[in-house]
Structures are given as structure tokens and as C-alpha cells.
Design a protein around this ligand. Sequence first.
Ligand SMILES: [Fe+2]
Length: 505
Amino acid sequence: MYLSRSRSGMETAMGSASFARQALTVVLALACVTLCAGSQGDFSNSLHFVRKAPKGHLPATHTRLARHPSAGPSAPEQIHISLAGPGAVAVNWVTPGPETSSSHSILHRLSRHLPIQLRHARLGRRLCPGTSIVQYGLESGVYTSQARGAVPTCYSVGDYDSGVLHEVVIGLDGPLPASTDIFYRVSGSGAGVWSEEYAFTTPPPVGPASLPYRLGVIGDLGQTEDSLETLEHMVASGPASVMLVGDLSYADGDHERWDTWNRMVSPLTSRSVWMFTEGNHERERASGVPSWLAYTSRFHLPHAASGSGSPLYYSYDLAGAHVVMLGSYTDHGADSDQAEWLAADLAAVDRARTPWLLVNMHAPFYSSNLNHLREAEAMRVSMETLLRQHAVDVVFAGHVHAYERSYHVYDGAPDPCAPIYINIGDGGNREGPDTHWLPRPDWSAWREPSFGHGTLDLLNSTHAQWRWVRNKDSVTAVDAADAVTLVRSECHMDRGAVDRAAAAA
Ligand SMILES: [Fe+2]
């Protein structure tokens, strides 16, 4: 405890000095942005950098975004699987809502003519008629098991009525076998209506013996031509599962865009686990609309399985990693529920079982891009010490639409016991890349405002291979734009020993 307070005091002093340094840096950078405009070399460490202009959403009629023309009126769509606890996987999907049926369509059309205040009275999530069933098995077409979900839900915002939102967790009545192909189909909105068959491979057993394991990492995806390029490259990379660090659909209040985004990613999310944390674009802003309505209604966020009281932050174990999803836009002060939960979650990690400790958040602690500069400073001050104390290996973030990788850094200074920070908010959203860099800080190892994605190969308990793949490079390109081997430092190893000793005591 004494050491913690001492470190906190030192942190404050160092933080003040760091703030002064960064303030001077910002002034210099603003001058540079003015004076160096057009100088590509100042904005990137890639000699091949070509700035891409922002693009809008793909049209909702695009073949990847529109409801499949051959799907019947009762067919399920927008299928997504995620981890739901040890040996369990959640399946989420959407079927046409009751408002589209004849018995509801008149009320639906009439509601469009109501004053906005009355239309908002229809807001919120509610139970909706329907049945949620997943049938699955170990052979294609042979569904030996079946699981039912609770009564599905739906929600309305203004003129928008969602489809019926289904969720079923499979593996609750006995864990799913590890590293096994599961063939499944989900129920439609009519009796005897089923989806086509999908398949996914269950995660391996948790532990270093399950390494190597490839994680995909992506941020700020959106639904543009660039988003599709990112997904195409991601498929070529072949990750076993994906972490998305927030800013998913860029629906921004247009809830039809949640449907189009889910259709766009469904060919991937129906076949491998995709785990999310939320960004600012998941936050509902319309007056009277509950926050995070679409995000928390459409996806399974396994907070209860990790002891979190909020779907906005949670954790899970996967292969040889403990993965933490933090919430940048919920209370994150030092005395907050999130900070308290984080401290307990990190303290409970068994590094012998999950040697790799990964943290995801949306707004970055470290970025040398002018856009969104220091937006996460309060969260950094309240949580960075925890991440260092518990020897977190890598912190992924998005928000800034550019790629940047740091060296090991703590409070702005080199520290081999601190995490490295990787910003990967370059998934391809409609706002375009963030191209204005500050002069490069000492902690910044690599940066470039190009769209792309990353993969993290956890090779064994001590070594991992990180790769950043640009969309501008061929899908079949052998070399990543940025590739680095990560070796867990001695203090990370020591931390593992401390954890094991504490667990054994
Ligand atoms: Fe963002």
C-alpha cells in the first residue's frame, strides 16, 4: 500500500512534467501542421504513403449490405458468434420484426406521423414475439443438439423498428468440446424456417499448450469500400478470432445502418468469434434514447461471466491470453466501478495459465496524432499504473484513424515493464484517415495513416509476432507493413512468478 501511494505521488510529479513536455509538443506541432502542410514526409514514416480521401457509407443497396434477395420474408440474418464463458458460445441473429407484418404495419405507418415527442415514447428495448433456437452438431447436416434462448427483444427509435433480436448461448448444459468444428443453423421467424448451415471452430483449451494462436485486431471499421478491403485482407490473414476495438458501424443514429453493417460482417462473424469493445460511435446521442441501445441489444457482451457489472467492460480467457475490454466512455476514475473491477480482474490473472495479458480500449493512452489528442488522459492517469503493475503486455486502441505502435512506455518515458501500445483505428470508416502527426515522441516506434488491420500470433508463453497489414498492399503480399517480434520482458516473467506464488498462498 505504501509503495502504491509513493508511486502515485511520483506519478503526479512525472505527470506534470510530462504534461508540460506534451503541451510544448502540441504548440510545436500546431506550427508544423501550418508550416509543413503538404509535406508527406512529416506525416508518415512510410515512403509509400498516399493520402486517401474520405468516403461515405456504401449504399444500403450494396450487395454486401442489403438483405439477401433470395432470403425469404422469415429468414434469419446478421449472424454473430462470441464467447460467453468457459466452453460456451453465444449466437446472435435477427429476423424480420412484427412491425413488418400486416397486423402491425398500419400502426407503424401511423406512428411516423406522430409528433416527435410521442414517437420517442416508443423508444427502448422490449420483449418481442418469436422463438430463438440453435440446432448444432459435429457433422454437417446432423444436428444432434439444440439450445433455446430467452424471449427475443426488439427496439424502436423514432421511425425505426428493429427486427427481432435473438440470442442463444450454446454450451451452458455442458461445455462445448475445444478446437472442434461445430455445424449450426438458427431459427427463422416462422415454424420450420431455418437459416442455411454455418460452421465455426470452438476455441482451444485455455493454456499455453494451445499456442500458437492467431488473433485478428481491427478498429473503427465502418461500412465503406475501405471497410470491405479491410475485411478482405483480414480473411486472407486467417485469424482464429477477432478483437474489434470500437466504432463498429458508424450508424450514428441511423439504425438501418446497424442492419447493413451486421450484414456486411456476417460472412465473417457467423464463422469465427468476434469480440467487441465500444467506441464513441456506439453511444446513442438522440434525446431520450438510452445510451448504447443498439450496441447492447444486438451483441452478447460477456460481462457477467467475468464479474463485471456493466456490458461496457469485461474480460475473457482465450488460448494463452487473458483479454480485457475496457470502456472509454463509461466512468473510469480511480474510484469508479470499472477501475475497481479492473484491479480485481488483473489481480486474478494466472500467468501460468494465460501468460499473455492483452487490454483493448477505444480512446488511446498514447498517440502522437493531432486528432483526438489526449482525449483519454483522465483514463490514462487513473488506470495506467494498474496496467504496469500487472505487467500487461499489449494495449490495443482505436479512435485515431491511423496506425501507430509504441515502445514499452509508462507515463511518457521508456519502461521495459510497461505495456506497448498499438493504435489500430484504421479499419476504413467514412471519416477517412487522420494524417496530421505531431513531431515523433521518443516512445513512438512506427506510425502511418493508412487503412488496414493487424494480427497477433501468440507463438508461445514468451514470444509473439505482431503484423500490421495495409489495405493498399496486395491481399497476397507476404510482408506486413510493420512486423515485430514481441518478447515478454524479465519483469513480465517475474510478475508471472509473483502471481503464481500469490495464487498458491
Ligand atoms: Fe472513435
